[in-house]
Design a protein around this ligand. Structure first.
Ligand code: SF4
Ligand code: SF4
Length: 97
């Protein structure tokens, strides 16, 4: 008798995570206001960040957890992005979280 056939999501453990409803990326708008280049708008490969009426909005559900935004966001030596892994111990582990 054959064993149970697993889906790709099950093999990768991706069926176990729950993406939070609240958003796992927060940005400090006060720091964003002093950020002239706003690299987050261009470096994110998933297009998570957008500028809406002078505010940086993070569409977190598209996040690939690559960490590029943390590297690029550098306001006076600090990052204004607070990033939390939405997938617990499953999925891709964020390197800087
Ligand atoms: S790079 Fe960081 S500080 Fe600059 S606008 Fe984007 S999130 Fe805000
Ligand atoms: S971790 Fe990567 S995919 Fe997620 S918001 Fe940052 S740059 Fe975009």
């Amino acid at each position: 008798m054959k064993g149970k056939v697993l889906t790709l999501d099950q093999l990768l453990g991706l069926d176990k995570y729950v993406i939070d409803e609240q958003g796992h990326i927060k940005v400090n708008q006060a720091l964003c206001a002093s950020c002239e280049l706003k690299p987050c708008l261009t470096v994110c490969p998933a297009g998570v960040y957008s500028l809406v009426e002078d505010r940086i909005i993070a569409n977190h559900e598209n996040c690939l957890e690559c960490g590029t935004c943390i590297i690029a966001c550098n306001v006076g030596g600090r990052t204004c992005i607070e990033w939390k892994n939405p997938r617990g111990s499953y999925g891709i582990s964020f390197r800087y979280g």
